[in-house]
Ligand binder design. Structure first.
Ligand SMILES: *[C@@H]1O[C@H](CO)[C@@H](O)[C@H](O)[C@H]1NC(C)=O
Ligand SMILES: *[C@@H]1O[C@H](CO)[C@@H](O)[C@H](O)[C@H]1NC(C)=O
Ligand SMILES: *[C@@H]1O[C@H](CO)[C@@H](O)[C@H](O)[C@H]1NC(C)=O
Ligand SMILES: *[C@@H]1O[C@H](CO)[C@@H](O)[C@H](O)[C@H]1NC(C)=O
Ligand SMILES: *[C@@H]1O[C@H](CO)[C@@H](O)[C@H](O)[C@H]1NC(C)=O
Ligand SMILES: *[C@@H]1O[C@H](CO)[C@@H](O)[C@H](O)[C@H]1NC(C)=O
Ligand SMILES: *[C@@H]1O[C@H](CO)[C@@H](O)[C@H](O)[C@H]1NC(C)=O
Ligand SMILES: *[C@@H]1O[C@H](CO)[C@@H](O)[C@H](O)[C@H]1NC(C)=O
Ligand SMILES: *[C@@H]1O[C@H](CO)[C@@H](O)[C@H](O)[C@H]1NC(C)=O
Ligand SMILES: CC(=O)N[C@H]1CO[C@H](CO)[C@@H](O)[C@@H]1O
Ligand SMILES: [Ca+2]
Ligand SMILES: [Ca+2]
Length: 591
């Protein structure tokens, strides 16, 4: 009996330290602040707007919100061009507003993760001005170089910006070129300067001291560029993919991304996060669109810990025509590569890509949301995915994204525009979708806001919102947090995902989806780990069963496009029973 009691105590202690690592199984919800909620009627979302809507996020069940940049910026790239990393953009509010948002989020138990943009600042930054002047340590804060043959009209190398044309801009003050891998208004910082590296760590400490739970790191693999021994920069070879000489795709980027020094800097940042990790494990997520093997190195090198690299596999490798087998292949691809004891993550969308509901089709919204939520690790949801929001239609006249404007092409601009995925959030069917009470909004509201919005979806018997919320509620069950993972394609259209907990007293979670346009009846007794009697805990918009209905595993019928989640039907009496024994034992012992 003593052994039994001790075991129970040990189990309790272990689960407490697991809680600490809150992001091991968590939902991180990306907010694009400009488009979430406008509190003062200027047509631009802001911090007070986010604060007003925290109860919505709490009710939805998200663990943390990641805010796209909220810092002082001339908004040439909508906040990814930062003037001052420790000041709030005027249009988003003040530092007092941030502190109030932080306090309210803490009160509600919603964590805040901030965007960290280390590759570049705005040229309006004081650092840049001091660097132009070659003032002290700031002299080498940016990547400066003479033109070829010291000519002010010939750039130092042939490098091309992600947003088209030369990546070098001549600066008349310093009489040198500066590098900008993104827009001209985003000069690259120079990570070969130790002063700069220290300065950037101070930025992390500033926000950690305010209580944030971690960072999402922007464009991390662009931090370092190769420099020759004589200080010149090597030309990149042509890719052969396109004849458009202004396109980023024209070159093979051997020297401007994925350099080895990058990983060291990321591991150094992890150490800074550890300084603040006593009460809460801090999260770091890095954005790098690159080869999967290079991505895995962000997790750590076996000696030092790093950060969780964003998994863009759902974005890049699945589409509306993917089969159930395609999905299992793609899931394995990530899981098989992950180093031991690291955390997986699943990204369904962000502000740079066409919305999930548009890429996969509205019919697959429930399936894709369910998949990202019940697989192990962190689910990253871009605002509006829980509603099935689709891309808005933005005319050339209304286009503001520099990536589209730089094409100067009023016909084909939409192919490179990120505006359609950034339209204001749909709260209700009133003016401006309830996003703003102003006369206009910074981007037009998508035209389907009267049918796709929070108010309508909360009131409906079935909706993407309700389904999403019901699945999120399982995120912290033992099955989803740490259960074993099974995935079986029963046909081209039917995928079954099982999460079986190690303890028989915990419930198994089973997710099932029909990707096709005809009804399917499947026998789940063929799938390992599926309980005999299943109770519906989440039922998508295309399904007919309701929550709490039960079905036998040997015959489950799925209407077209239906996604459902089940748990074991039989109430488990084991856990409460054990608890009863345990408390009785303690009482006995005390007497
Ligand atoms: C509506 O607009 C007024 C100013 O025009 C502003 O003071 C108020 O906070 C706004 N309310 C909401 C909910 O947007
Ligand atoms: C950033 O803004 C803060 C608050 O206004 C100010 O104290 C600080 O000096 C600024 N830093 C830079 C580099 O401009
Ligand atoms: C840079 O130098 C110019 C000319 O000496 C001066 O006008 C300007 O104030 C200086 N800027 C900074 C940030 O020191
Ligand atoms: C390049 O030209 C500038 C003047 O434009 C001059 O100050 C500098 O010394 C020259 N650099 C080299 C390496 O010749
Ligand atoms: C580039 O132009 C050449 C010559 O016109 C053509 O043969 C080739 O197919 C083009 N390449 C691409 C990727 O369009
Ligand atoms: C980068 O690091 C990898 C792994 O340690 C190594 O194999 C490779 O040679 C390095 N590349 C360079 C250019 O140093
Ligand atoms: C890396 O992280 C793991 C898991 O959190 C931890 O056990 C380990 O001690 C860390 N290693 C280092 C070198 O910090
Ligand atoms: C999806 O499956 C089809 C048929 O097996 C295959 O041809 C295709 O390459 C797969 N696509 C992906 C992304 O795995
Ligand atoms: C955008 O336009 C397309 C084609 O006209 C249409 O199918 C789609 O529903 C529109 N999207 C929205 C959000 O209005
Ligand atoms: C997903 C994401 O945050 N993408 C950003 C990557 O970095 C560039 C430059 O900072 C931004 O334009 C993107 O929005
Ligand atoms: Ca506003
Ligand atoms: Ca860089």
């Amino acid at each position: 009996m003593w052994v039994f009691t001790l075991l129970l105590v040990a189990a309790t202690a272990a689960s407490v330290s697991c809680q600490d690592m809150w992001w091991k199984s968590a939902v991180v919800y990306q907010i694009y602040p400009r488009s979430f909620m406008d509190s003062n009627g200027d047509g631009i979302g802001d911090l007070n707007g986010i604060k007003m809507k925290l109860p919505y996020l709490k009710e939805l069940g998200v663990d943390a919100i990641w805010l796209s940049p909220i810092y002082q910026s001339p908004m040439k790239d909508f906040g990814y061009d930062i003037t001052n990393y420790t000041a709030i953009a005027d249009e988003y509010g003040t530092m007092d507003d941030f502190d109030a948002l932080m306090a309210e989020a803490k009160r509600l138990g919603v964590r805040i993760v901030l965007d960290y943009v280390p590759n570049h600042t705005s040229p309006e930054s004081t650092w840049f001005k001091l660097s132009q002047n070659r003032t002290g340590k700031y002299t080498d804060y940016y990547v400066w170089a003479d033109g070829k043959n010291n000519d002010s009209t010939t750039p130092p190398s042939n490098w091309i910006s992600v947003f088209r044309n030369s990546a070098w801009q001549y600066d008349d003050t310093r009489k040198q070129f500066y590098l900008h891998q993104f827009v001209i208004g985003q000069p690259d910082l120079n990570y070969r300067s130790s002063y700069l590296r220290e300065e950037m760590k101070e930025v992390l400490r500033f926000w950690l001291s305010k209580g944030v739970s971690g960072f999402r790191v922007d464009a991390v693999n662009m931090m370092y560029e190769v420099v020759n021994a004589d200080g010149t920069y090597p030309d990149e070879p042509l890719s052969g993919n396109t004849n458009d000489t202004a396109s980023y795709d024209y070159l093979n980027h051997l020297y401007t991304k994925d350099q080895n020094d990058t990983y060291t800097v990321v591991y150094d940042w992890r150490d800074v996060l550890e300084e603040f990790g006593k009460d809460e494990s801090k999260i770091m997520m890095t954005e790098a669109y690159t080869d999967i093997d290079l991505m895995m190195r962000y997790y750590g090198n076996g000696v030092r810990n790093g950060s969780m690299p964003f998994n863009f596999i759902f974005l890049g490798e699945l589409s509306g025509t993917s089969t159930a087998r395609n999905m299992t292949t793609v899931i394995d691809k990530w899981i098989d590569k992950m180093p031991a004891n690291t955390v997986a993550n699943w990204v369904n969308g962000n502000h740079d890509n066409s919305r999930m509901a548009t890429r996969h089709g509205v019919n697959r919204v429930d399936a894709m949301n369910m998949l990202a939520l019940i697989l192990p690790g962190v689910t990253i949801t871009y605002q509006g995915e829980e509603l099935g929001m689709t891309d808005g239609n933005i005319s050339w006249a209304d286009t503001v994204d520099p990536q589209a404007c730089n094409t100067l092409d009023p016909v084909n601009y939409w192919k490179s525009s990120r505006d359609p995925a950034r339209t204001p959030f749909h709260w209700d069917a009133t003016k401006n979708a309830g996003f703003s009470n102003g006369s206009s909004t910074w981007l037009p509201v998508a035209s389907n806001y009267q049918t796709v919005n929070v108010a309508v979806e909360k009131a409906a018997a079935r909706s993407h919102y309700k389904f999403y919320k019901d699945v999120v509620a399982l995120k912290h069950t033992a099955a989803v947090t740490s259960g074993s993972l099974g995935k079986t394609a029963l046909s081209d259209n039917v995928l079954v995902v099982t999460r079986v907990p190690s303890s028989a007293s915990e419930k198994t979670v089973v997710g099932i989806m029909n990707l096709g346009s005809s009804s399917e009846t499947v026998d789940l007794s063929k799938v390992a780990g599926v309980p005999q009697t299943l109770k519906v805990v989440a039922s998508g918009v295309a399904c007919t069963l309701n929550n709490d209905d039960t079905v036998q595993r040997n015959s489950v019928t799925l209407p077209p496009y239906c996604a459902m989640t089940f748990q074991n039907a039989a109430a488990t009496i084991v856990a409460p029973f054990l608890l009863l024994i345990f408390t009785s034992l303690i009482q006995l012992w005390r007497q």
